[in-house]
Design a protein around this ligand. Structure first.
Ligand code: MLT
Length: 239
């Protein structure tokens, strides 16, 4: 089992899919939204890289709920923003969603066509690791990043997942993947301390989204694996 981590989705080659299993991470906030929305009963979550495509899909299917952001704010004409706390049972149970965000949903587009695509965050790290350990195949982790730059929250989530995977497997890691696991060698690490100077975290905080940040750093709060099934992300049945 090889594990390779891409620092941002821009580094993923266009020409070939990097591994049979692709794990998308956008801790703040797209993959945290995906896990939360599915846990709260959304039927499925499609993704779109462009606002125009999302609005076009809504014009064909008016019952579709559009969620997402530009510059962390809700997009005009959309039903929901990109705050996981907005995705309550009352708003989204049994609904089909389409998410369009600045980085996370673009990372998903890079993975389309892979044998397996899953969405990971700190919220569902344990469930994701159980899934990966059982599959026992090569893994590419795509950190979505922020506007083309590496985002520490995504990188640490990748490192944490690999750290947990090592408890039952012996993955062969790229040097970057190896580096990302180092903060977790001390079992009593503090995630909020490790992330205190993280750019995107502090940006969201400055825009009034501190509650989102605190929520997204709840390790193993959700026990589900969002998996891509061609209709979008759905909950993996036995996760
Ligand atoms: C993204 O996909 O770019 C992020 O989730 C941005 C955000 O924090 O809303």
């Amino acid at each position: 089992m090889h594990v390779h981590v891409y620092p941002t989705h821009n580094q993923v080659p266009e020409s070939e899919l990097p591994a049979p299993i692709i794990v998308i991470i956008d801790v703040l906030r797209a993959t945290s939204v995906i896990a939360t929305a599915l846990a709260h009963g959304a039927k499925n979550i499609m993704t779109s890289a462009s606002i125009e495509d999302a609005l076009e899909a809504k014009s064909v299917n008016p019952e579709l709920l559009l969620g997402g952001e530009r510059d962390a704010q809700k997009i005009p004409g959309f039903d929901l923003g990109n705050s996981p706390l907005e995705y309550t049972k009352e708003k989204i149970q049994d609904k089909r969603l389409l998410l369009c965000t600045s980085n996370g949903t673009k990372a998903v587009q890079k993975a389309l066509g892979a044998e397996t695509i899953i969405a990971a965050s700190f919220l569902n790290a344990d469930a994701v690791v159980n899934f990966l350990a059982n599959k026992n195949k090569d893994i590419a982790i795509i950190c979505s990043g922020t506007n083309g730059h590496f985002s520490l929250d995504d990188g640490l989530c990748a490192g944490y997942i690999i750290h947990l995977l090592r408890k039952s497997k012996k993955p062969i890691c790229s040097d970057f993947a190896e580096l990302l696991t180092l903060p977790f060698e001390k079992e009593n690490f503090s995630l909020s301390k490790l992330l205190e100077n993280a750019f995107h975290l502090n940006y969201l905080d400055s825009r009034g989204y501190r509650a989102d940040v605190d929520y997204c750093l709840n390790i193993n709060f959700l026990k589900i694996v969002p998996i891509w099934d061609k209709t979008g992300f759905v909950i993996l049945k036995d996760s």
